[in-house]
Design a protein around this ligand. Structure first.
Ligand code: S3P
Length: 431
């Protein structure tokens, strides 16, 4: 499907974001191994989270979807059933990496695979710690999926993350629930902490000490009724769009403001975004609030702060839209220490550079990032999304600022994290 985006100056209205993708995956998996029935409100309807629900159903979990709720009948920590066929994680790295941690706790054999993009993504980062814990994990050559896992009697480990990744951290913590002693994961670069918060919420013993997170094995997890906040990474596209469109004001309601993810808001405020955070509250350790964002001349006339080191890890999912935004601010943006972008749903460094160039912008592509000069005029172009949701949505935003018509190819991939994105975008374009 091709979506056409044209220049727009006035974006206004209220946007309710889909449920947070990262939190939805974690709540669904923990609900599946808890005792009792969990009710998860505003559960992400994204394709990725549907992959998680599909895998859990194949493992014997009963799930009812009713309106925006997922009602999950937990089978207890050791109650999942051997799947009758290969588990399909679709496009979702989070499904594959987190679920592998749980599967490693089971003595039965399971296989997990996904689409062509996921089957090209590195799994050595989870295979190594899971094997160290005692699971047998087979992969294709070069540690690529599909994975075949047989686990059972795991030992707890102490594992310092060699790569800043919340997915790897979460995989090990989940496997740690099935260990013979406690399991600790060390991270020197902070990554999103939804797993730690969710484990506590479902009743696991989790301790925090310096850069280490430790979990005890064998907890009796309790079912919970929880509501999932809106996805801040989905909000990022609308924050950027409003910032540069001259007559814009958007109100984004019920957005997740997790302390590790709101680095995005601090970053944009530092860059000069006209943003107010209202009605803040917290549930299950996950803060949330409403965001009012307006056209931001201060941001347009400035330079985005450089994105490197810890900030590169914290903003990893937002770099596509921040790159596009940087090209339109007077001073541009420099991005480094972000080589992880090369192993996301697509090689995002290459996808950003080639699509910005096709819109007429100058970009320097580096091994671990991009240097994007500012003040560039963008021209409408054909955008090759490579089936990557964040590339599709970032360049839809670019299309709002470009001269002429921007054609986003394979636009349906936005459904991976933001079903209904194109309708929401059309609904706020007022001229
Ligand atoms: C995620 C972690 C990040 C992020 C992904 C979601 C998660 O991946 O890019 O979109 O839910 O844990 P990495 O752990 O590979 O950095």
């Amino acid at each position: 499907m091709i979506e056409i985006v044209r220049h727009a100056d006035n974006l206004s209205g209220t946007v309710r974001l889909p449920g947070d993708k990262s939190i939805s995956h974690r709540y669904a998996m923990l609900a599946a191994i808890a005792q009792g029935t969990s009710v998860l409100a505003h559960f992400a309807s994204s394709r990725d989270c549907r992959s998680t629900l599909g895998c859990l159903r194949s493992l014997g979990v009963e799930i009812i979807e009713s309106g925006d709720k997922a009602i999950i009948a937990g089978r207890g920590l050791r109650g999942l059933r051997a799947p009758g066929s290969v588990l399909d994680a679709g496009n979702s790295g989070t499904t594959m990496r987190l679920l592998s941690g749980i599967l490693a706790g089971y003595p039965f054999e399971s296989s997990i695979s996904g689409d062509a993009s996921l089957c090209g993504r590195p799994m050595g980062r989870i295979i190594r710690p899971l094997v160290e814990m005692g699971a047998a994990v087979e992969s294709r050559e070069k540690d690529l999926p599909p994975l075949k896992i047989r686990g059972g009697a795991l030992q707890g480990i102490r594992y310092a993350l060699p790569v800043a990744s919340a997915q790897v951290k979460s995989c090990i913590l989940l496997a740690g629930l099935y260990g013979s002693g406690s399991t600790a994961v060390g991270e020197t670069v902070p990554t999103r902490d939804h797993t730690e918060l969710a484990l506590k919420e479902f009743g696991a013993q989790v301790r925090f000490g310096g850069d280490w997170i430790e979990v005890d094995p064998g907890p009796e997890l309790r079912a919970r009724s929880l509501s999932i906040p809106g996805d801040l990474s989905g909000a990022a596209f609308f924050l950027a769009a409003a910032a540069l469109s001259r007559r814009s004001e958007l109100y984004l309601t019920g957005v997740g403001l997790n302390r590790r993810r709101r680095v995005l808001l601090d970053y944009l405020l530092e860059a000069g975004l006209d943003l107010a955070i209202e009605n803040e509250s917290e549930e299950a350790g996950e803060p949330r609030g409403d965001l009012r964002v307006r056209y931001s001349p201060g941001l347009v006339e400035g330079k985005l702060p450089p994105i490197r080191r810890d900030r590169a890890a914290a903003l990893i999912d937002e770099i596509p839209v921040l790159s596009v935004l940087g090209s339109r601010t007077a001073g541009g943006v420099e991005i480094s220490d972000a080589a992880e972008l090369r192993v996301k749903e697509s090689d995002r460094i290459s996808a950003i550079a080639s699509n910005l160039r096709s819109m007429g912008a100058a970009v320097e592509e580096k091994k671990d990032g991009l240097d994007i000069p500012g003040g560039q005029r963008l021209k409408g172009a054909d955008i090759r999304t490579r089936g990557d949701h964040r590339i599709a949505m970032a360049f839809a935003v670019a299309g709002l600022w470009a001269e002429g018509e921007t054609r986003i190819h394979d636009a349906e991939c936005a459904d991976v994290s933001f079903p209904g994105f194109w309708d929401v975008l059309r609904s706020v374009i007022k001229g």
